[in-house]
Design a protein around this ligand. Structure first.
Ligand SMILES: Cc1cc2nc3c(=O)[nH]c(=O)nc-3n(C[C@H](O)[C@H](O)[C@H](O)COP(=O)(O)OP(=O)(O)OC[C@H]3O[C@@H](n4cnc5c(N)ncnc54)[C@H](O)[C@@H]3O)c2cc1C
Length: 380
């Protein structure tokens, strides 16, 4: 099978490694010049990371990541209102691990068995020729493929090429966030923390020897106040009771040109057209709220690889239909869950945040994890 994978991100590399394990040599193209740009933290549930067992990469993954066993939730005054222990979940399903995105990509790339990634390369045109797809590249060359996988992320060009604007939709939260790094010792080991406020949110997530930190707020306020102005507002709201928040705000302020994440997602109503299929965020992008986008991308990649292992080039479209049938509903259920959490987390007014804080007092670990457990159990 001549397979083109567009995008060497989490989904594309997982699929490539799985295909490679079966002796295939997919062509992998990546718009970026290298992995150096890939600098933010990712928490992976066993939902996604368990695919690394079969690839012989799980120990390597554990070596570069740290467990995220405890979760602290702070309220709109900066007081910690909840301590959750994910230990029982880890015992049942496997650990939740935090790492840098670049480290995850390097772990996955170790499974490529010498297949190169063509960095700095994009597809400029897809021509459906029935039995094949002819793809033109930005270097002026073109090649024919039996299958094209669009794994090119939230703003997928492949999606734009095969779907009309009515066939996919962005979901806007109206919020955005800056992402930076701080020393690991702001929190006890194995601990993640979030402070949900009124019009501001601060998050801290462990990776090896550091914490990935975010400062989020409504985009209108972020634009109006700028990084320093907005950090000052957040300092007033959360920073008066001690704890790690002031150091996070300092890091966000002092980092030159921190990663900015527009907090929206995207859903494609159709995942496949002919021999071209969408995978990962290209098919269903994720808000960070439930921390499952990368896990779902890996889960989808393994479902696609499995369906592709049962077909030949002549019957690719049938395999793609089965992949979509098997995966779309569960991915969209997880996406719905992330949106629901987004509505809780991205609250602007003080009275609403106060009401939410009252509600959260009755929030249990089981409620927090219900949907993720359902996906893990395969019951969605
Ligand atoms: C700041 C941040 C924090 C996150 N935290 C978490 C978390 O804690 N847990 C979690 O599960 N998820 C998290 N996510 C979401 C997660 O990163 C994504 O859901 C996941 O990476 C999706 O995988 P993907 O392969 O579909 O997309 P990506 O990993 O984004 O990969 C897409 C790749 O395609 C490349 N590309 C784009 N356009 C083209 C093109 N035209 N041609 C060729 N290549 C192209 C991109 O450069 C990129 O390498 C986070 C995301 C961000 C931005």
């Amino acid at each position: 099978m001549r397979t083109l994978i567009v995008g060497a991100g989490v989904a594309g590399l997982t699929l490539a490694a799985l295909l490679r394990q079966r002796g295939e040599r997919p062509v992998i193209i990546e718009r970026a010049a290298d992995f150096a740009h890939s600098g933010y933290n990712i928490a992976l549930y066993p939902l996604g990371s368990r695919v690394l067992h079969g690839l012989g990469l799980h120990q390597r993954f554990l070596d570069v990541s740290v467990p995220g066993r405890y979760y602290r939730l702070g309220n709109s005054h900066g007081h910690i209102a909840h301590h959750f222990d994910f230990g029982p979940l880890a015992e049942r399903y496997g650990p939740i691990q935090g790492l840098r995105r670049s480290e995850l990509l390097e772990v996955l790339a170790a499974g490529l068995g010498g297949v190169p990634i063509r960095f700095g390369t994009t597809a400029t045109r897809f021509e459906d020729r029935g039995a094949t797809v002819r793809v033109a590249f930005n270097d002026g060359s073109s090649s024919d493929f039996d299958l094209v996988v669009g794994a090119d992320g939230m703003h997928s060009e492949t999606r734009k090429a095969i779907l009309s604007e009515r066939e996919y939709a962005y979901w806007e939260s109206g919020w955005g966030c800056w992402v930076a790094w701080t020393p690991a010792d702001l929190l006890p080991a194995e601990t993640m923390a979030e402070y949900w406020g009124a019009g501001a949110l601060v998050g801290l997530y462990p990776v090896k020897d550091a914490l990935g930190v975010v400062l989020a707020g409504p985009k209108t306020a972020l634009q109006k106040d700028g990084r320093s102005g907005f950090a000052a507002q957040a300092r007033k709201q959360f920073g008066t009771v001690g704890g790690p928040v002031p150091a996070v705000l300092d890091a966000v302020e002092q980092t030159s040109n921190p990663f900015f994440w527009d907090l929206h997602d995207c859903r494609a109503h159709q995942w496949a057209k002919g021999r071209i299929v969408l995978l990962g965020d290209a098919a269903a992008g994720f808000l960070p709220t439930a921390g499952v986008g990368a896990s779902m991308a890996m889960l989808s990649a393994s479902a696609l690889a499995d369906e592709l292992s049962r077909t030949d080039a002549a019957h690719v479209e049938y395999a793609l239909r089965l992949y979509v049938r098997r995966n779309k509903q569960r991915v969209e259920a997880a996406q719905d869950n992330s949106r629901k959490l987004g509505r809780l987390m991205f609250v602007e007014s003080l009275p609403l945040a106060w009401g939410r804080d009252q509600l959260m007092r009755f929030y249990t670990l089981d409620q927090a994890l219900k949907q993720i457990v359902e996906v893990m159990e395969g019951s969605i």
